[in-house]
Design a protein. Structure first.
Length: 73
């Protein structure tokens, strides 16, 4: 059973020329971009996150290579 989008494509878009289809695609994509309210930055690293990672990495390196003085230089 075709979805509504497939029906629209079959009955309307397939009758358009390639140029018209590209123009429609451009309009749709531009509309989607303009409709974007904002960027979800919930997965970005704060300065504190970066400091925590650096601290953890250094602590891990010290426990992994406790007697290797060349690495510490």
């Amino acid at each position: 059973m075709p979805t509504e989008i497939q029906k629209i494509y079959t009955h309307i878009l397939s009758t358009l020329s390639s140029k018209e289809q590209l123009q429609l695609a451009t309009l749709i994509l531009n509309n989607l971009v303009q409709g974007t309210v904002g960027v979800d930055d919930s997965d970005t690293w704060t300065e504190q996150d970066q400091l925590d990672l650096a601290t953890f990495s250094l602590q891990y390196a010290m426990t992994t290579f406790p007697d290797d003085e060349e690495i510490a230089e």
